[in-house]
Design a protein around this ligand. Sequence first.
Ligand code: SAH
Length: 217
Amino acid sequence: MSAEPDAYAEDRARLVLDLRGSGVQDQRVIEAMERTPREMFVPESFRRHAYDDTALPLALGQTVSQPSIVGMMTEALEPHPRAKALEIGCGSGYQAVVLSQLVRRVYTVERIKALLREAERRFHELGRGNITTRHGDGMKGWPEQAPFECILVTAAASDQVPQALIDQLAVGGRLVAPVGGNPLSQRLIKLVKQEDGSTVETELCLCRFVPLLGGVE
Ligand code: SAH
């Protein structure tokens, strides 16, 4: 991937240490994040913080998730090179670019058109040909492309993961999502789809995401 010649090499090395320190173990995930120029995904004025382990603001009240959370979510999805992945909440496109290096194709949905157009520009600049975008309400998923081995929701549902997304998960597939209406007590959960269509849930950690909203802008 063509990052700028490397003003950020040291920052990226620090990012790797932060990821390991927060429990991310999958070397492929760490390498994908090390290759992804996060400075391209944040507003100009925050570039010098691009590799800090914090969430950073995007336009229109949205945020780029914290790197250690991106690492943890990506690892929990158990991505593999033949998998099809669905992301709800494209935002800056950072998470989609990380994931696109680990699966066959990423389908990503965003409800705010202006954000999606910016993300598409970044995908193009980085030569990510295996990311397909849609402007729409991600609560409905992307039924035409289902089933997905990996589904990632990057905005918090108030009480439960929308059933349409669970329906679009392949048997054995993994869905990772923040759940909880109160931003101070959201849980990041992982669901694994069973043969009989039910899901087994594990809690990964507490987290703080912007809300999953209906409709488009
Ligand atoms: N994954 C992003 C983080 C995005 S923040 C990144 O790496 O930068 C969450 C995003 O989810 C916001 O951009 C918000 O507009 C979007 N969102 C919220 N509800 C949505 C919905 N129902 N469908 C699609 N996108 C949604």
